[in-house]
Design a protein around this ligand. Sequence first.
Ligand code: PGA
Length: 265
Amino acid sequence: MDRKYFLAANWKMNGSLKANKELVLSIKEQFNKITSNNIELVICPPDIYLDQVKNLLDKDIEYIKLGAQNVSFEANGAFTGQTSVEMLKDFNISSIIIGHSERREFNNESDLDIAKKIYSVLHLDNNIKPILCVGESLTARESGETENIIKNQVIKVLDFLKEKSILENLEIMQRLVIAYEPIWAIGTGKVATAAQANEVNRFIRELIQKISLELSDKVRIIYGGSVKSNNALDLISQPDIDGFLVGGASLDATEFVKIYSHMCN
Ligand code: PGA
């Protein structure tokens, strides 16, 4: 397995000029002692702070990259409050979180919206990695619907990419990162067990295998949902978990760096 681990900090709607400065400087200081070449690390602040965080990262941006939490699928124009792929490119963004369950729920994002966003990123830029978030609710898990929900969310995107003729392009498609984030585990302190998380990640990999064995071997499938320093090691030891999307714990530099250091082992 030659997949590089992927670790993304999702700050969500948190931060201030002052708090961001303290957090980034503290992360940088602690990272300097333990950086690994086998982990792709991304910090995703709110858009309004991208410039500030970019400047704070400075030359460390080579190993701590900058990401965004959302993007419009439109190229430009009369879309009040939206941000385009081209605008994010101005800030050297390396990744964009797409289809997070909070956006699906609070902004009514549909599977089609999400598919269009993934396509825009893959198609309008040669480097940016879209992080597709999928996950089931507690009710769905308890009624045995997890695999159906996940399959539906993943396939809707893959079918759209097929329609747009990029699904067969390995070079483009290997930029896709998929984050399995069970909704019941996000921000609740209730983490999926390592076995539960690996089972779904494995299931996603098998869905991709049906398209291309080579692609399924390259695509990073990460886990998100109450990842902390005390569960990261167990989760990362699983064969189909290639990293994490971290919310709450990414706002604490020491905790976040500990998660990173577990991935170095
Ligand atoms: P959490 O959030 O780590 O606070 O559970 C994860 C996410 O929503 O990406």
